[in-house]
Design a protein around this ligand. Structure first.
Ligand code: ADP
Length: 295
């Protein structure tokens, strides 16, 4: 079982000729409303990966956006029976995309900022093999999720978006998943992925650093770090690659795979996700990942 504790947002996306400055109005293309948010994206990825039941423990409002997100989660096979409904607008990201592909984003956290784990959610977490969280929710929620896990379960933290972690949070993380920027921020230094992983391993027992087209680096205490090469693909939209990676990795660990093999499968899924537009809609199925792996 996987429980994903995290955010859900509706992404409101408009293509613009250029990003507006202060006080300026710009005409863009047609509005798109996409299900997103790191937590919901990762839950969709874990469920599509198969082999492990996936629950999303997050908070939605009672608006139309909430229905869009529930539909997307359910389509992927995520259990939504414990999703909290709160008296705040569902999280929303306002995204403008310029012709060079650069995004400008404003997030209104709304319901995500009101997430507080219920007894039922904590009970489900206590039965999980892998608990996966990110940083788009209050840090106290991550702490509570970690405290509720059973002995032997993996508390995985995707430390995104980048922010400082208090000392007591480091202590409860079993597996840290970060991209190179987040790794450098947390390590408070630059350098090679191997160097960054070395610094981070002083604080957590295992680290995976994702390297975009370069694949990933798996580092565990008392083992040599392992580089997992990237799959060669034609990138169309890199949104959701990191979330796909995290969700698929969590599901593979819940199935009992070792971390390097789990990261290899997650990397194939991440590569397939960049060949398709969108976040949740871009997540491949287990069959598609298996077929691509065999190539
Ligand atoms: P984030 O989106 O969080 O910055 P990455 O860009 O590192 O995360 O992508 C996560 C994973 O997805 C990578 O580790 C890799 O396995 C896969 N991936 C991402 N971009 C590409 C790409 N252009 N080609 C192949 N694989 C990719």
């Amino acid at each position: 079982q996987v429980v994903v504790v995290g955010s859900a947002n509706v992404d409101l996306v408009v293509e613009v000729p250029r990003h507006p400055g202060g006080g300026e109005t710009i005409l863009g293309g047609d509005l798109r409303r996409n299900p997103g948010g790191k937590g919901a994206n990762q839950a969709v990825a874990a469920a599509r990966a198969g082999g492990a039941e996936t629950t999303f423990a997050g908070a939605l409002g009672t608006d139309e956006s909430a229905e869009l997100l529930l539909a997307s989660l359910e389509r992927a096979g995520v259990r939504t029976d414990l999703v909290s409904r709160v008296d705040a607008p569902t999280g929303t990201a306002l995204i403008t995309v310029s012709p060079d592909g650069e995004n400008a984003i404003v997030v209104a956290p709304g319901a995500n900022a009101r997430l507080a784990l219920t007894d039922a959610q904590l009970h489900r977490i206590a039965h999980a093999d892998v608990v996966l969280a990110q940083l788009e929710i209050p840090l106290g929620v991550v702490r509570a999720a970690a405290a509720a896990r059973r002995p032997g379960a993996v508390m995985a933290l995707n430390a995104a978006p980048s922010r400082d972690l208090p000392a007591d949070l480091w202590d409860v993380v079993d597996l840290l998943i970060v991209n190179e920027h987040e790794a450098a921020d947390l390590a408070r230094t630059g350098g090679s992925p191997e160097g960054l992983a070395g610094v981070l391993l002083d604080r957590v027992p295992a680290v995976v650093i994702t390297l975009g087209a370069g694949g990933s680096l798996v580092a565990e205490r008392d083992a040599e770090p392992v580089r997992i090469p990237g799959k060669r693909v034609a990138a169309v939209d890199t949104t959701g690659a990191g979330d796909t990676f995290c969700g698929v990795l969590a599901a593979a660990l819940a199935r009992g795979l070792a971390l390097p093999e789990a990261a290899r499968i997650a990397g194939v899924a991440g590569a397939l996700a960049v060949t398709r537009p969108g976040a949740q809609d871009a997540v491949p199925t287990a069959a598609e990942v298996a077929e691509e792996s065999a190539k």
